[in-house]
Ligand binder design. Structure first.
Ligand code: GDP
Ligand code: ZN
Length: 462
């Protein structure tokens, strides 16, 4: 195990929680805690059994003041998350006293943990591999149950296991290539090797391709489907937004680092996380085009994964409506014909024609009618009605996607090489490269700087 200093952080969310936990990890964790802990019976934490919870007070050793009444968990490595000794101090006195406890720990020998440093230690000490560590990060950020499931599956090592198996296959193939190089005089060995090489390499390629195919869904699950609601003024955009939001308990967020006027709301539609973009535009000015201009709204449309195009049942189709159809051509969209409680003035045949195969749903949003059908249309559009199929190993992390694409290319080059009869030791290079790239997904050949960068994205205290 690596020799690392002792780190500490508040590991529960900031704010008014009932309990807050200060966590320490490292060789000195128990000794540092003992400096500020006093139990009624006088026992010290260094003498208690591992994985026990101990009642007592945190005292300021300089003044002997009682700072906080606490329960302290003592967990000795290696059977801990970081594989180091871990102390968790459960405080219940709110933010101020938790911070005092943390300050005392820091003045008694621990260092404040960097964001993600506990998880980084778990990785460095071999407790988890890199893709599992990234899954922890996704878990922290998971916005919906479904994204949470994907993250948990990944954490359980599904992706890692699959990658390991692929690497093993490549290694075995390389071993056969060695035989071929060592015994070139046996013609039948060469013959067999050639056929087997193609077969094995094609196999690896198709598994990588399957993984990449899930990545689109994986990204959607992780980040939410960027969804834009468009339509003429007064057709019912705000009403649609509200009924989606009401139905599903939305989370409103400002996007950090971008203009503050863009507000996103996350809603969970039958397991499909929608990220409704620019809800500020819909809520406040009623007209996204008027507010941000034609060019920028075109840009929004381009970047959207899904468009909800709203029309008015109680009004004739206008030139503007047709322009909207034009603008969303080639994208995933659903047409919503709203206000069916009023008399029909729209030409529905014309709507179907314009929609050319895209789903058309009729609603009367004031009466909350048709929302079910809309939700059905959304979920079947993105998971082909198949969203309960939980068995796929989703790749949802852009670093993984990038590496898998590189691996696909490398194995492709190997296959082309074998087929065109290139010397076998050149093919060997491509196979080795594939093996190395796949190793990077699970962190078996990663540089330190990359590791630092990844772990700095974690929340503090995780
Ligand atoms: P937006 O301008 O596209 O955002 O449209 P709003 O959602 O603000 O709705 C405009 C008006 O139409 C409001 O007075 C709504 O109450 C009304 N409205 C929305 N949906 C319906 C509907 O299904 N039937 C009827 N009769 N009125 C609706
Ligand atoms: Zn509105």
């Amino acid at each position: 195990m690596l020799e690392l200093d002792t780190i500490a952080a508040i590991s529960t969310p900031m704010g008014e929680g009932a309990i807050a936990i200060v966590r320490l990890s490292g060789e000195e964790a128990i000794a540092i805690a003992d400096r500020i802990f006093k139990s009624p019976s006088g026992k010290t934490l260094s003498t208690v059994a591992s994985h026990t919870i101990n009642y007592g007070n945190i005292i300021d050793p300089k003044t002997n003041d009682v700072v906080e009444e606490v329960m302290v968990s003592v967990m000795r490595g290696p059977k801990t998350f970081t594989r180091e000794d871990i102390i968790e101090i459960n405080c219940h006195g709110g933010l101020v006293s938790v911070n005092r406890v943390l300050q005392l720990i820091l003045t008694n020998g621990a260092r404040l943990a960097e964001p993600g440093e506990f998880t980084k230690r778990a990785f460095l000490n071999g407790r988890i591999d890199l893709s599992q560590a990234e899954a922890v990060m996704d878990l922290i950020r998971a916005k919906t149950d479904r994204a949470m499931n994907v993250a948990i599956k990944q954490m359980e090592g599904r992706l890692s296991n699959l990658i390991r198996r692929l690497r093993q296959e490549i290694l075995e193939t390389l071993a056969h290539v060695e035989v071929n190089i060592d015994y070139p005089e046996y013609d039948d060995v060469e013959e067999m090797t050639h056929r087997m090489l193609i077969e094995k390499a094609s196999n690896v390629r198709s598994e990588i391709q399957t993984l990449l195919q899930t990545s689109q869904q994986g990204k959607i699950l992780r980040e939410g489907l960027a969804t834009v609601i468009v339509g003429r003024p007064n057709v019912g955009k705000s009403s649609l937004l509200n009924s989606l939001v009401q139905d599903t308990k939305a989370i409103v967020t400002d996007i950090p680092g971008t203009t503050r006027d863009v507000i996103e709301e996350y809603v969970n539609v039958r397991g499909v996380p929608l990220r409704l973009v620019d809800t500020a535009g819909i809520r406040e000015t009623e007209d996204i085009v008027e507010r941000i201009g034609v060019e920028r709204s075109r840009q929004y449309l381009k970047e959207a994964d899904l468009i909800l195009l709203v029309l008015n049942y109680h009004d004739e189709l206008t030139h503007e409506d047709e322009q909207l159809f034009e603008a969303v051509r080639g994208m995933d969209y659903i047409v919503i014909v709203n206000k069916t409680d009023l008399t029909k003035k729209i030409d529905l045949d014309k709507v179907y024609e314009l929609a050319s195969g895209h789903p058309v749903v009729t609603t009367a949003l004031v009466q909350e009618q048709g929302v079910d059908q809309l939700e059905e249309a959304i979920s079947s559009l993105f998971f082909e009605g198949n969203i309960e199929a939980q068995d796929l190993t989703y790749v949802s992390n852009s670093r993984h996607i990038g590496l898998l694409s590189q691996a696909e290319q490398a194995i492709e080059e190997a296959i082309v090489g074998i087929e065109s009869g290139i010397p076998i030791d050149i093919v060997q290079i491509d196979l080795t490269r594939t093996w190395e790239i796949l190793g990077e997904v699970i962190g078996e050949s990663v540089h330190e700087s990359l590791i630092d960068q990844l772990f700095s994205q974690f929340c503090l205290g995780k």
